[in-house]
Design a protein around this ligand. Structure first.
Ligand code: TMP
Ligand code: ASP
Length: 253
């Protein structure tokens, strides 16, 4: 159990899967991971007991991995089972998706076959706006919207590809396949680019290398999207592998 940092009650923002609160430090926020689970722009919604805490712990671990590799993130420290303290950042309204294997919307919107290895990985940018259902951006629309400068765009894409390389090999070591994932970025107090939001099975597709069954191998939010059941159990399996054998009291090896 991680000691709980008390919530200030001053809610700054409530998203579909997280609440953001003020803290006693004006440049820091408390991020609370909710059990609420949504898909298809909230058309499907359910509360899954224990999901928030698992996603928080997975995110904490992955943010620490990025920080240890000199990738700047908003993460500061874990502050409870489902809470972390993060730097206050101005979120850039872009969803940056990296795809290593073709599935999901890519296969719905293009003739690219399910399971195609994408080398180099495909990077898609979406405009983050629930009311518009996060539309895919074209180069021209991105330029027109002026969400980021050319240098910021370059840095965001460079970081996203570097994070993909890191996470892909990290997951590989624990027999997990990083199929695709979504990142969000923010600007810190000095205008520096930080990885923000969360990195969890809600925002990644992760397949189990130890299981070849096309449904059973899915350990991410597709279990919820596709009504496969066992969502929290699958997320827990990812956390268990991330934490490694040392965290398993029953392991004597
Ligand atoms: P997609 O195939 O539906 O475009 O999803 C690509 C990746 O982005 C997948 O890992 C799930 C993640 N994702 C989010 O985190 N939030 C979203 O709103 C959507 C649509 C996808
Ligand atoms: N995050 C989006 C929603 O809540 C979509 C998704 O993850 O499928 O609706």
């Amino acid at each position: 159990m991680v000691p709980q940092k008390p919530i200030s009650q001053q809610l700054i923002y409530e998203g579909k899967a997280k609440r953001i609160f003020k803290t006693d430090q004006e440049d820091q926020v408390l991020v609370e991971f909710k059990n609420d689970t949504t898909a298809f722009n909230s058309l499907k919604r359910e509360e899954l007991e224990g999901k928030g805490a698992i996603n928080c712990q997975i995110s904490v671990h992955l943010f620490e991995l990025l920080e240890a590799n000199q990738i700047p993130t908003h993460f500061l420290y874990q502050a409870g089972d489902a809470r972390m303290v993060a730097k206050l950042a101005k979120i850039i309204p872009l969803e940056v998706v990296i795809r290593n294997i073709a599935t999901g919307s890519l296969c719905k919107q293009t003739p690219i076959a399910q399971g195609t290895q994408l080398e180099p990985p495909l990077l898609d940018l979406y405009y983050k706006d629930d009311e518009l259902a996060d539309p895919l951006l074209t180069e021209a629309r991105l330029e027109r919207l002026k969400l980021v400068s050319a240098n910021q765009r370059f840095e965001i894409e460079r970081l996203a590809r570097q994070i993909n390389d890191l996470l892909k090999s990290f997951f590989e070591q624990i027999d997990l396949v990083l199929v695709d994932f979504k990142l969000e970025f923010g600007l810190g107090p000095e205008g520096e680019i930080l990885v923000a939001d969360e990195i969890s099975p809600d925002t990644c597709r992760i397949w189990d290398k130890r299981n070849q069954d096309p449904k059973a191998k899915i350990l991410d939010k597709d279990r919820f999207r596709e009504d496969l059941g066992g969502v929290v159990r699958a997320y827990g399996e990812i956390l268990k592998r991330i934490q490694g054998p040392s965290s398993n009291p029953g392991n004597c090896s």
